[in-house]
Design a protein around this ligand. Structure first.
Ligand code: NDP
Ligand code: OXD
Length: 308
């Protein structure tokens, strides 16, 4: 019987994705999922409805067209269903350039120089010492480790925090809740690259953000739900935090009346820090489908218990 793959992403047109999957899976039946589609062997999804899970009872694996599986974790998934997320697939380099840009823009005061230039003002500011400009990266997974290593290329001291002990070249690593306070106290810039789970929801509220050194800067490129918006705004107003670059929000698109849009210390981008690339992601997923068919193991398996 011909192998069948269904694709579902309520937020995008399916054709480009289907074309690429078909190209990488010749001889396989690839179709867009609609309510009532016959059970298939594999599903490739982003934020699918519960109906897909309920109706696709023969799936050998569910592939998430993204690195974060928080949307999938809101569904009722059969415990036996293997869930596979994107593993870099071209996102690492994008995340590295986005975060390095945000950190360097802050460190080198480029926003101030842009304002000066617009006013025709020639004023040099003293260079800041780099050795005590420590960047802390929350999450040392596929993307966090890549970002931490990219920041090291600019000689910033880099520290990282994860759930289990990690070794990342040139990065001082902190582990678990017990070492979070110590990690935060040393982070002049805090970069969030955690998955959204019950443990990391609201993690960047007043309690954690207050532990950053006065004048610290926040870069959130993970999920909006990590940050308690009002607490961040209050700490910016109080001058405890110097600013924030935010790519992700609790509600996306960010509502027009949200304070972040107009806040002078906040830079907003529309969830673009690392975009899912059609070609790279479909090639990776197709390769993994073929590997699973050969009985091999694949990277990026999600642990449904821990939620990432
Ligand atoms: P990974 O699963 O590879 O890494 C997650 C890291 O977070 C791991 O180091 C993990 O620790 C750590 N972590 C998880 N829970 C905790 C916890 N409770 N305490 C401490 N550390 C924890 O994910 P990726 O690097 O691939 O992606 C990270 C997130 O980035 C995604 O989940 C997604 O939400 C977001 N993302 C955003 C994009 C955007 O465009 N804005 C694009 C792509 C992803 P351990 O190593 O011990 O397991
Ligand atoms: C992802 C994302 O998780 O695009 O891949 O946010």
């Amino acid at each position: 019987m011909t192998m069948r793959v269904v694709f579902c992403d309520p937020y995008s047109q399916p054709e480009p994705w289907l074309d690429m999957l078909r190209r990488h899976l010749p001889g396989v039946g690839v179709e867009a999922w609609v309510d009532g589609t016959e059970p298939a062997d594999y599903a490739v999804v982003w934020a699918p409805p519960q109906a897909l899970i309920d109706q696709q009872t023969r799936l050998k694996a569910l592939f998430n067209v993204g690195a974060g599986v928080d949307k999938l974790m809101q569904l009722r998934l059969p415990a036996r269903l293997p869930v596979v997320r994107l593993d870099d697939a071209g996102m690492g380099v994008q995340m590295a350039e986005y975060v390095c840009h945000a950190v360097i823009r802050h460190f080198r005061e480029f926003a101030r120089y842009e304002t000066q230039a617009a006013q025709g003002v020639w004023v040099r500011r003293p260079a800041s010492p780099r050795t005590d400009f420590t960047v802390g990266v929350l999450g040392l997974g596929v993307l966090g480790a890549r970002v931490a290593q990219s920041l090291r290329q600019f000689d910033f001291p880099v520290i990282g925090w994860s759930r289990n002990a990690r070794v990342v070249d040139g990065v001082r690593c902190f582990v678990g809740a017990a070492q979070l306070a110590d990690f935060l106290a040393q982070s002049r810039v805090l970069v969030c690259l955690l998955p959204l789970t019950v443990d990391t929801l609201d993690i960047l509220g007043r309690a954690a953000l207050s532990q950053l050194p006065r004048g610290a800067y926040l870069v959130n490129v993970a999920r909006g739900e990590h940050v308690v918006d009002d607490d961040l705004l209050a700490l910016l107003e109080a001058g405890h935090l110097a600013g924030a670059t935010l790519d992700v929000f609790r509600t996306e698109p960010l509502p027009p009346n949200h304070a972040f849009w107009r806040h002078p210390k906040v830079t907003v981008t529309p969830h673009v820090s690392a975009q899912t690339l059609h070609e790279e992601s479909m090639a990776q997923i197709a390769g993994k489908i073929l590997a699973l068919e050969r009985g091999e193991t694949v990277a990026g398996m999600v642990d449904l218990e821990r939620g990432y």
